[in-house]
Design a protein around this ligand. Structure first.
Ligand SMILES: Nc1ncnc2c1ncn2[C@@H]1O[C@H](COP(=O)(O)OP(=O)(O)OP(=O)(O)O)[C@@H](O)[C@H]1O
Length: 987
């Protein structure tokens, strides 16, 4: 707790933590009783008073580690934090659920995540996996690969379950909240599906087949597909081509000896299933631990595995040095080779030899570095030793004198197998794409009758033709039992298409229940659009306080309420265990996620929790489907197609996250691969294609020279930070933030309020009735953590320090404000209306000072604006042309809202992620806009913002590359929209 409210410089995510609503309408109404005048007279008084009254230094709170920032950065809270913050979070506006960095820091948290995903696994086992892989993602990958361990872990799970039984009073809720637990109990010992699978794959252990079936929700086809794909990928080379040979070659079996035989009860899918303990054992071996009896066997096995896979005939001695090196390289690299080389003791067959030879002979240096353990130096060495015409050349290469280890061969097999897996996956997807294309053609050729909008839609509203296509496409996906991503550009009416699709389902007798999860700022808009477009659908809004939701939950589960659609914010969907449990229990038909790009991180808890929602199919709506990298895209795809991707998540994650030269042909190939995978599942149209009548959007970058004082301050800050050269990424981020603050407004730092001034002010504060008995040292301590602008506000608030307030010229002293002043004057004169975004609520606070000073009428919406009031503010702006400026925080107002009555967007400060800026721009550039839209980006000249702009533009190029439509493609389809669909689908 602090003596003061140290809002400080709140970065985009922290705005929702302010419990004081910042609904400011001061210029709209002159009524002294209005919230605005309250605000004007007593800015943040309530909060300040509250904090001051507490008289404890803020430091305690910040250092306590459970700061608001922690909450926001962690996305969903770990249990411990969730409990601590329960009350506080519900008091706040439901906003900042919309992002978060989803960092999973400590082991406990990782274990919790893993346990939620793999409830059948024992905690200690998970801990071991986390420790040896070092990352949550690594542990997840191993778990996914460890089907073979299920039999053993099932027994352990049973034990755990029975322990859980007398756990606590929330047992019922808890049990139900864990469908895996429930399913466990329901797992039939034998089922028709497993019998069928056994017939198809007689070599496979029945237990394993049951587990894979269960992973695929007992969908026979999915399970078979996954088993085949991985059985093939893992084994095809040895089993298909040498059909007479058993899956694990006899020679290899012989080498594995008795330890392998003892493990024979462990089901195995050669080449796919990993012998679980290997990685952990490697780690243990590394630590020199003497393993327990049960682990000792795998240690031996691990050692055996370190024998290079390619050996000269008759050579079977192990190279101790190589062994040592392999073990000590540890971590992920070992895991990688293990995962792909459960049969790595098997000699390389002639076909594999050819592939490996080709790779070493032809791969570019950056491709060679994809091999685990192959540095750039080694890659160049390999290239210098070419040509490798025959296998013997390769063997000669791995001479010690060359500094190249035969482990590179193992790594090479991993890379090749990785590619093979992804290729097979793509093949499967491409098959679906072809089939879809055929069906789409047939459907459209049936005539216009099939393209009518659903009859239960409001007949006074008409879907645009491209929207009808969207609905048709969704219908097709549904017919094919596929989920999808509707990725139309912002403002093309994804909401409307989704509603029309639900209406169509309703007419087909699929009346729900469906779940629509949306960002807080769009909740009301969704409810309104549902009501306007399809009043037949009964809508239930699931949000409110924990208590509200508790009653709602009961009503839902007891069927006391009748609804077709539940609309819910991300925060409420994810909220507590009970909320999450509800959506696992409810058998949903469709789960729709608005702004679905929020599911870009497959390692995040948010992702996993939403993944656990019990819906037959999912639909993601996003205007910016690709953000930053291909792995994010894969996360989205994995989210909607879990059965297609689940078993290969780790391969995909690795394949798409590996760093390589972006200009390389290999990288381009990967983009191409991603495009092909995307085809059947993503529909994207851009405004230029389908909304021809929409006026253009023009972007204007305004390079704003800093004010003289600001420039000096920036330079000295820059030099100071440069001297303390930071190494860590975290520190670099902090440096960047410091510079951004200065580039935006000097008052975001503290320099005018010197230590001496603060000492005087803190003594003066004792005259305040709230602080007469406070310790001035503590007051000063708190003050020292505040920015100039915050201190200025404090001076306005307390008469005893009022004289220390800053002069107006200082408040307005920023290069951007100079430019803004000119811009606003000329825009007003032209009759333009402005939407101004900033990522920082404190910047908005200072912009308010400027707007008041210039006598411009404005309203404001940020994360602290109660959800219930947001739509009212949006309506106010859209209905009252006299409101000149709408101030919005990018976080709260950047997504999903409609402000087509404004024609100028000013981005006061650009985002590190250009997609956030794009989202914000398109609040105005959307259906309903009648005037050309100008987007003005204010960039502080010669500051860090220049670089941010450059990097952002580079990032945007990736999107063009990923989702470019091929407008020139020929089409045999009869109608324009058929061509459109084809183009949009990239078919
Ligand atoms: N066929 C239509 N007729 C009339 N108005 C429409 C139609 N389709 C969409 N709109 C309106 O256009 C605006 C933009 O639609 P919507 O909000 O659904 O777009 P969106 O693609 O979901 O945007 P975003 O990605 O920004 O969330 C809304 O006000 C919506 O009511």
């Amino acid at each position: 707790m602090s003596l003061f409210n140290l809002d400080r410089f709140r970065f985009k995510g922290d705005e929702g933590t302010n419990s004081t609503p910042k609904l400011k309408k001061s210029e709209v109404s002159s009524d002294s009783a209005s919230p605005s005048s309250d605000k004007e007279n007593k800015p943040k008084t309530t909060k300040q008073d509250h904090k001051l009254a507490s008289k404890k230094p803020l430091k305690n709170k910040v250092e306590g580690g459970d700061s608001d920032e922690d909450i926001l950065q962690n996305g969903i809270l770990p249990q411990r934090k969730a409990k601590l913050y329960k009350t506080e979070m519900t008091e706040h506006s439901d906003d900042n659920d919309d992002d978060g960095h989803d960092k999973v820091d400590d082991e406990d948290q990782k274990i919790e995540t893993l346990q939620e995903m793999f409830p059948q696994r024992h905690r200690s086992q998970l801990l071991e996996l986390i420790r040896c892989t070092g990352t949550l993602e690594g542990a997840v990958a191993l778990c996914l690969m460890q089907y073979g361990d299920r039999a053993a872990s099932r027994q352990r799970k049973r034990d755990v379950l029975s322990e859980d039984d007398d756990d606590d009073v929330e047992k019922d809720e808890d049990d139900l909240s864990n469908p895996a637990k429930k399913r466990r109990a329901e797992v039939p010992e034998d089922s028709q599906e497993s019998d069928e699978l056994k017939k198809k794959l007689p070599d496979q252990d029945k237990e394993l087949l049951r587990d894979v079936l269960q992973e695929h929700d007992w969908h026979y086809e999915d399970a078979l597909g996954a088993l085949r794909m991985f059985a093939d990928s893992g084994h095809s080379n040895s089993s298909k081509k040498k059909s007479s040979q058993p899956k694990t070659s006899s020679s290899s079996k012989a080498k594995k000896g008795s330890s392998e035989q003892k493990n024979s009860s462990t089901p195995s899918l050669s080449g796919w299933v990993v012998k679980i303990p290997s990685a952990s054992v490697a780690a243990k071996a590394k630590q020199g631990e003497s393993s327990k009896a049960k682990d000792s066997k795998p240690v031996e096995k691990k050692k055996e595995k370190k024998v290079p896979p390619v050996r000269r005939k008759g050579e079977d001695s192990e190279d101790e040095d190589e062994d040592e090196r392999a073990l000590s390289s540890g971590g992920e690299e070992n895991d990688l080779t293990d995962e792909y080389n459960s049969d790595d003791e098997a000699p390389v067959n002639s076909e594999q030899q050819q592939d490996i030879l080709k790779f070493f002979q032809e791969a570019a240096a950056h491709e060679l570095t994809l091999i685990s353990g192959c540095s750039a130096k080694r890659a160049n060495k390999i290239i210098s030793l070419r040509p490798f015409n025959v296998w013997k050349d390769l063997e000669a290469m791995f001479d010690r004198d060359n500094g190249l280890s035969a482990d590179l061969l193992v790594g090479c097999r991993v890379v090749l197998k990785e590619r093979q897996v992804v290729q097979q996956l793509m093949g499967k997807c491409e098959g679906i794409a072809r089939k879809m294309f055929k069906d789409v053609t047939a459907l459209i050729e049936q005539g216009t009758g099939s393209t009518k909008q659903p009859a239960i839609l409001n007949s006074s509203l008409r879907l645009q033709s491209y929207q009808l296509i969207g609905v048709k496409w969704l219908t097709l996906l549904n017919q094919h039992k596929l989920s999808g991503i509707l990725a139309d550009e912002m403002g093309l009416g994804k909401t409307v298409q989704a509603i029309a699709f639900l209406a169509h389902l309703y007419q087909q007798g699929i009346t729900g229940p469906h779940l629509i999860t949306v960002p807080s700022s769009t909740l009301d808009n969704w409810v309104r659009e549902l009501k306007v477009w399809c009043p037949t659908l009964k809508v239930l809004v699931y949000c409110g306080s924990i208590d509200d939701r508790k009653y709602l939950r009961r009503d839902i589960l007891d069927r006391q309420v009748d609804f077709n659609v539940i609309v819910c914010t991300y925060r409420s969907t994810l909220g507590t265990d009970f909320d999450r449990s509800l959506f696992r229990k409810l058998k949903l038909k469709y789960a729709i996620f608005d702004e679905g790009h929020m599911l870009k991180n497959m390692s995040s808890q948010r992702y996993r929790c939403l993944m656990a929602i019990n819906a037959e199919r999912r639909l993601l709506l996003t205007g910016t489907p690709v953000q930053n990298n291909l792995l994010e895209l894969m996360s989205l795809l994995n989210f909607i197609m879990p059965s297609m991707f689940s078993s290969s998540t780790s391969q995909i994650a690795r394949m798409f996250s590996k760093k390589s030269d972006e200009e390389s042909s290999f990288h381009k190939d990967r983009i191409d691969q991603a495009k092909r995978i995307m085809k059947p599942f993503i529909l994207r149209r851009v405004k230029a294609e389908v909304l021809k009548e929409l006026p253009p959007k023009v972007e204007q970058v305004e390079a704003c020279p800093m004010s003289a004082k600001q420039k000096d301050l920036y330079t000295s800050l820059f030099n100071k930070l440069k001297r303390a050269v930071p190494g860590e990424k975290k520190e670099l981020c902090n440096v960047m933030m410091q510079l951004r603050k200065m580039a935006n407004h000097p008052l975001l730092h503290r320099q005018y309020y010197t230590t001496e001034k603060l000492a005087a002010m803190s003594r003066a504060m004792l005259k305040e009735p709230t602080h007469f008995d406070a310790d001035p040292v503590l007051i000063q301590e708190d003050m020292e953590a505040m920015s100039d602008f915050e201190l200025h506000n404090l001076c306005l608030q307390y008469p005893s320090i009022h004289s220390h307030k800053l002069d107006t010229h200082l408040l307005l002293d920023s290069g951007k404000f100079d430019r803004l002043t000119q811009l606003l004057a000329s825009l007003k004169e032209k009759g333009d209306r402005v939407v101004l975004f900033s990522q920082f609520t404190m910047v908005l606070d200072i912009v308010e000072v400027l707007l008041k000073h210039l006598d411009h009428r404005y309203i404001r919406l940020d994360g602290s604006t109660p959800i219930a009031e947001r739509i009212g503010l949006i309506d106010d702006f859209n209905n009252d042309p006299d409101i000149f400026v709408f101030l919005l925080s990018t976080r709260a107002g950047g997504q999903g809202i409609n402000l087509a009555t404004a024609n100028v967007v000013i981005l006061h400060d650009i985002d590190c992620n250009p997609y956030n800026d794009k989202q914000a721009e398109d609040r105005c550039h959307r259906m309903g806009q009648t005037r050309p839209v100008t987007v003005i980006k204010l960039v502080s000249k010669d500051s860090i913002e220049d670089a941010m702009l450059r990097v952002g533009q580079e990032k945007l190029k990736l999107e063009e590359c990923m989702i470019s439509s091929d407008m020139g493609e020929e089409s045999s389809m009869p109608e324009d929209m058929a061509l459109l669909l084809k183009v949009s689908m990239g078919l």
